[in-house]
Design a protein around this ligand. Structure first.
Ligand code: FEO
Length: 389
């Protein structure tokens, strides 16, 4: 069994069978549903796991308990990847009290209708004395659901979804120092799952700073320990919609290849002009969640898209719609449209960007007519200058 501190034992499970996390995100390295047991004078179980892993989790729990009985099940977040085994827990340990927020109790009843739970609600500032230490609760509403709470036990912050990442612990490492590139999948996770809730994450970071934890135990991904500043700094950049990496993200949606050709030419021009980093994404084929991540990562984006049905080609429309939903903001954009007759993509892109906060179009939009020709190159060069300025 893995231990976090001398009396906190990890009882979570890896899921390497799930096809899509939350029904939409690919997880090539699997997923971890983290859960912990605090063995103090009182015993507190910290969250459950997805229903597909109930048996494995209960077995882990039983081993960790070493014959003791849990007094509490703390549920920081009721989304089913964490509450899916609550009913089975209550059936096995009916004397344990389930601790969550008042809203959490409501959601638990909705997700497990008809199950009789023994419960108690906690709110911001409440604490439960476990013996050597108390468990102190803080609201983390909208990180990522309204009922979410985090808790502090000694130096350990149980951070719910915050500081989580895609990937099973077996593949990514149990502690952060075994995970060679935490930010990559933590960033994709953050922006796609919590991206909309920057102000709420900022509020949580203030609480985290005040409690000064030395260990962060999230509900997904490795346990963070050691120097936490790099992770807190990244979360601060992400949740304030700051620029993490200097460079340009070129995203394109191309029906017959003409738009892609222009986009990749523009990427080459940007590199030739010394742009420190040029990232590209084929919105028709590449992972949409990765494209969303890159749109947030860089401060500048060029969106290149075909016209379609007197509007915008569907993959580009879906991408922009997702950015709108995730509150994408504070960025510079430049546009390339393509149309064989009456190009319409540019107008739709402009309309959609205009509804986003502090998104500024730079340069003159380039219009390609079916295929890029040498005559289009000066306009692409000028657009590259404008986005780099
Ligand atoms: Fe890991 Fe919002 O559930």
């Amino acid at each position: 069994m893995k231990t976090i501190t001398d009396n906190i034992i990890y009882i979570g499970v890896d899921d390497n069978e799930l096809d899509l996390f939350e029904g939409q995100y690919i997880i090539p390295e699997g997923m971890a549903y983290n859960s912990y047991v605090i063995l103090d004078s009182k015993v507190a179980v910290m969250d459950t796991v997805d229903a597909s892993k109930t048996d494995e989790w209960l077995s882990n729990l039983e081993k960790a308990l070493g014959g003791r009985k849990p007094d509490y099940l703390v549920m920081h977040h009721i989304e089913p990847d964490h509450s899916g085994s609550a009913a089975a827990f209550a059936a096995r340990y009916p004397e344990a009290t389930i601790i969550t927020s008042a809203m959490g109790l409501k959601y638990l009843a909705q997700f497990a209708p008809g199950v009789a739970f023994k419960t108690a609600a906690v709110k911001e500032g409440d604490s439960i004395d476990l013996g050597k230490e108390s468990l102190k609760f803080f609201s983390a509403a909208m990180v990522h659901w309204p009922e979410v709470m985090v808790s502090l036990y000694g130096p350990v912050l149980f951070s719910a979804d915050a500081f989580g990442k895609f990937g099973s612990l077996g593949k990514c490492g149990f502690f952060i120092d075994e995970d060679d590139d935490w930010a990559c999948e933590a960033r994709r996770y953050y922006f796609n799952i919590c991206g909309k809730y920057g102000p709420q994450v900022q509020a949580l970071l203030k609480k985290a700073a005040a409690t000064a934890p030395s260990v962060i135990a999230p509900l997904h991904g490795p346990i963070l320990r050691g120097d936490l500043k790099p992770y807190l700094d990244l979360y601060n950049t992400w949740s304030s919609y700051g620029v993490e990496t200097e460079g340009v993200f070129v995203a394109y949606a191309s029906i017959h290849g003409g738009t892609a050709e222009a986009a990749l030419k523009l990427a080459d021009i940007l590199k030739a002009k010394g742009c420190p980093k040029v990232a590209t994404s084929d919105l028709c084929r590449d992972d949409m969640a990765e494209a969303v991540e890159d749109a947030f990562r860089y401060g500048r984006m060029v969106l290149c898209a075909s016209s379609y049905d007197a509007g915008l080609f569907t993959p580009a429309y879906n991408f922009l719609h997702t950015l709108q939903m995730k509150a994408w903001q504070k960025r510079k954009v430049a546009l390339v449209e393509n149309g064989t007759w009456g190009p319409t993509a540019g107008k739709v892109m402009r309309d959609m960007f205009s509804q986003m906060k502090e998104v500024t179009e730079v340069g003159n939009m380039v219009t390609i007519r079916s295929r890029m020709t040498p005559a289009d190159i000066p306009a692409l060069e000028a657009l590259a200058d404008a986005i780099l300025e």
